[in-house]
Design a protein around this ligand. Structure first.
Ligand code: ZN
Ligand code: ZN
Ligand code: ZN
Length: 203
């Protein structure tokens, strides 16, 4: 039997919204050494660090909820499992995939397919790679609206939401004031932690 020590890690990049892939060897994790996988956009990385000799800790900035998540990866799983998958604890979206290259690629495809279905079910097919970002933004906007924290300076809380491929546009139904949020802004600002959103009245 040939033992293969090569592993692949994939994760959803909070910077660009794409899935980042990186290869490493289990030998790189020997001793106290950690491995980091960086997205080709350069805006994020995934860190795999030894906690003790039986366990690793994976650290990632979550693209869905903007929090930092830590996941535990037992040495046994890394050594024996084809693919270990981690989802965001707040939203069931696959975030991190670690294991053998082929299994990781197929798990990512599976997860992408599932997300595409969810996005299509929400009528957001046209958002392409920004689908998860837009879903997250709509969820946040709904939450703000439910808490009456989404309104216009003119006093109206009748706000229309339009989702385009790269932008999300909020428009006041009363005075026409609008704000455009780009997918990049949503990903790279602290959008999930916004306390309120106020449209500026049209002058
Ligand atoms: Zn990226
Ligand atoms: Zn999360
Ligand atoms: Zn208004």
């Amino acid at each position: 039997m040939i033992i293969n020590f090569d592993r692949t890690a994939a994760y959803r990049c909070p910077g660009c919204g794409e899935i980042a892939f990186g290869d490493f060897s289990m030998f790189e994790l020997s001793g106290n050494k950690s491995v980091s996988v960086q997205c080709s956009c350069g805006q994020s990385s995934l860190l795999i660090a030894p906690e003790n000799k039986n366990n690793f800790i994976i650290t990632i900035q979550c693209m869905v909820c903007d929090d930092e998540h830590k996941f535990s990866l037992p040495f046994q799983s890394l050594a024996k499992k084809d693919c270990t998958e981690y989802t965001c604890p707040n939203v069931m979206v696959g975030l991190v995939f670690i294991g053998r290259s082929e299994a990781v690629h197929s798990a990512v495809m599976h997860s992408e397919h599932y997300i595409e279905e969810v996005i299509a079910a929400c009528g957001l097919e046209h958002t392409g790679k920004n689908g998860v970002t837009m879903l997250k933004a709509l969820d946040k906007i709904q939450e703000l609206s439910d808490r009456e924290k989404l309104f216009c300076e003119c006093g109206s809380n009748m706000i229309d939401v339009e989702v385009q491929e790269d932008n999300l546009i909020l428009e006041c139904c009363m005075c026409g004031a609008s704000v455009t949020l780009t997918a990049d802004m949503i990903r790279n600002s602290d959008f999930s932690h916004l306390e309120q959103l106020i449209l500026k009245k049209k002058k």
